[in-house]
Write a protein that binds this ligand. Structure first.
Ligand SMILES: [Zn+2]
Length: 228
């Protein structure tokens, strides 16, 4: 547990949003997507050049607003009790370069990360995957933590793709969304399809879905499905 050495402002700004983002981490635990403290959710603060992100090394047990730190879009701490996640620079890069993105999730979930370890994109061979991802889940470059290279890899790989998830090679998954909740949903669905396509591959080659059918499934799910 690292604490921020200097008290920043009043520590308690954006408490409601920090509490909601803290609670969303329980979805990662519920679906078995995270081990120990690896994995984090962040969300842009509406109308401000700020985002909130999990503290570094903070346990998911009893995670509350105090475990979530407020940063500016350069990843510098603005307010918080904990030092921010070591992945903060990657989240900050995404928020700086993709203004439509309001939520980011990072995780090392086992099936999706196994695909990333092979540097292999997950092919779109399930209708549920066409719905949510609109095509394959792409692979981003190998990148070391410490500068902007992970963020650059995420943004460059997702450019021109429908997929809200990217497999960073030999590392794990980043997902984006118009809210933290939608980025968490993409993370849950990414691991689900990674697992199912992996299982399918054990006894043969999964059958492709025609691009026109992928397009039609994606269009319907994104624009028609659900409660309106
Ligand atoms: Zn990681």
């Amino acid at each position: 547990m690292t604490t921020v050495p200097v008290q920043r402002s009043e520590n308690g700004s954006h408490q409601e949003q920090r509490g909601a983002v803290a609670a969303l981490h329980q979805e990662l635990v519920r679906y078995g997507l995270v081990t120990w403290t690896a994995g984090n959710v962040s969300e842009r603060v509406p109308g401000a050049d700020l985002f909130v992100i999990k503290g570094s090394g903070v346990s998911y047990d009893g995670l509350s607003w105090e475990g979530i730190t407020v940063c500016d879009l350069d990843g510098e701490v603005v307010d918080g009790v904990r030092a921010p996640s070591s992945d903060t620079a990657a989240h900050a890069y995404v928020y700086r370069h993709l203004p439509e993105v309001n939520g980011v999730v990072h995780m090392h979930s086992p099936y999706a990360t196994a695909w990333s370890a092979r540097g292999e994109a997950i092919p779109c061979v399930l209708t549920a995957m066409a719905d949510e991802f609109g095509g394959p889940i792409p692979v981003g470059p190998f990148a070391l933590i410490g500068d902007d290279s992970i963020g650059q890899g995420i943004v460059a790989t997702l450019a021109g793709q429908r997929s809200p998830a990217v497999l960073m090679r030999n590392h794990g998954v980043f997902t984006i969304g118009d809210s933290a909740r939608s980025a968490v949903k993409a993370a849950v669905m990414c691991e689900d399809v990674a697992r199912t396509v992996h299982l399918s591959r054990q006894l043969g080659a999964p059958l492709p879905i025609a691009q026109a059918d992928i397009d039609s499934l994606y269009e319907r799910y994104q624009n028609v499905y659900g409660q309106r």
